[in-house]
Ligand binder design. Structure first.
Ligand code: SAH
Ligand code: MG
Length: 210
């Protein structure tokens, strides 16, 4: 990864540790090579930290990253919850708005030509999505219902030979919330359609094998 983009990713706000971000970059690069011309797609961009790692891979692979987020925050980002950041509330609307910061992050990284923001609700966007993706990265809502929905609506869009990356996978309940493990990782592996290629921290990368 270019030193400039790595610096930008490290400085960006968000929830992606450096080793997992670099693993995500490598997955994006490998996916772009395995399925040439297909886009990378992420669910859950927040302020754009993971978008830089995947945007760097997309740029190297001559493709784009489609970054899907409604930018209103997940349940766990709302006031009173563990992952709330009060300065991200738009006082005029009374709801979170991470889009301005996301936009600044992508601009400052020089990735506006590569990272395409798609602002909307994940299942609503998926209803009208038809393009096979070289990589789908799921890091959206971490409740059981949103995670199960993201599994159901997005995994069919991973191209044959492409990659499915999942964040916040904690097989041991002592380490964190269960939904990405129980509602995305397990069903993907148990379906026989995906096989694990790497594990870095809570990031899992699976390849579509069917
Ligand atoms: N990948 C980010 C962190 C994502 S946090 C990083 O590297 O820092 C989870 C994000 O998922 C939030 O920004 C939230 O707005 C988004 N999200 C949650 N549910 C969503 C839904 N149904 N549709 C679109 N985005 C959603
Ligand atoms: Mg995450």
């Amino acid at each position: 990864m270019s030193p400039e983009l790595l610096d930008a990713a490290l400085a960006a706000r968000g929830f992606m540790p450096p080793d997992e971000g670099l693993a995500l970059f490598r997955a994006g690069r490998d996916a772009a090579a395995a399925v040439p011309g297909a886009p990378l797609l992420e669910i859950g961009s927040y302020c754009g930290k993971s978008s830089i790692y995947l945007g760097a891979a997309a740029r190297d692979g001559d493709t784009v990253l489609v970054a899907v987020d409604h930018h209103r925050g997940s349940e766990e980002n709302q006031p009173g919850w563990e992952w709330h950041e009060p300065d991200l509330v738009d006082p005029a609307v009374g709801r979170m708005d991470t889009l301005p910061i996301f936009r600044r992050t992508v601009h400052d990284a020089g990735l506006e030509g590569t990272v395409v923001a798609l602002v909307g609700d994940s299942p609503t966007v998926a209803r009208f999505w038809t393009t096979p993706c070289a990589l789908v990265f799921i890091d959206g809502g971490h409740g059981a219902e949103p995670a199960a929905t993201d599994y159901r609506v997005w995994t069919p869009h991973v191209a044959p030979g492409g990659l499915l990356a999942i964040h916040d996978v904690f097989p041991d309940p002592a380490d964190g919330g269960r939904a990405p493990y129980e509602q995305i990782y397990r069903p993907a592996v148990d379906s026989g359609r995906f096989s694990e290629v790497s594990a870095t921290g809570s990031l899992r990368v699976l390849r579509r094998v069917d």
